[in-house]
Design a protein around this ligand. Sequence first.
Ligand SMILES: [Zn+2]
Length: 254
Amino acid sequence: MPLDWCPFATKRPIVSDNFSVGRDGQKVRAVVLHIAAGPLSAVFPTFNNPARKASAHFCIGKDGTIEQYVSVNDTAYANGLAWKDGQWYNPAGKVVQPTWQDLVPKVNPNLYTISIEHEGYPADKWTEAMYDANNRLLLWLAEQFDLTYVPRRTLIGHYEIDPVDKANCPGPNVEYARMALEVTVWRAARKFKWMPINDRAALYQFAQANNLGYPQTDEFEFVYDGKTYVGQVFNLGIVYARKGDWGNIKWVNK
Ligand SMILES: [Zn+2]
């Protein structure tokens, strides 16, 4: 079961009238991106107003702030469509023809999507802080729901669901392919144990000075005679030192 609340988001739960508990048996299939058409500060009051019947799971500010309003295991109301008489209708009651090809026939997409609002307006270019926060959130969601991001399939804009009234949500400058690739890189890299042991890259510099070629591994730790060492394999030898004793590096043949 995915965690309800993202541990690095600011938790701001909203009134229960504006979301549904659970997902009626549906599984999350995609993350849908939105633009708030206003400041971050206006989002919580809107979603917490029982008269509005509106919500998203998250909003990201231009400074990288992440707020969460609804548990990811509950249904927010940002991506709604209703199926009636063989057609999809948007919340304003207009017939729409969604371009998202993974809609579940006749089932409201709110039940199988995560929604992320973003501070600002459709014409804005997102700040780097916003991309970074968005990517960190996408990575966390990928791990909760085992999502692999593919633009237009598992990572979409609101316009793909409602091309009539939301054609400009989140706007033309949003770089879906960049996000999908960057999050995929992060996810792949997290499978390895990161070892930021030697902040001066002393083993690497030693190997270069001694013509040992390029690194073939990360740095790794080992213990000998009760003392911790750090090693790293290069093309032509294995470089090692007592941890912290970066002025006294040695190497052996492979
Ligand atoms: Zn939207």
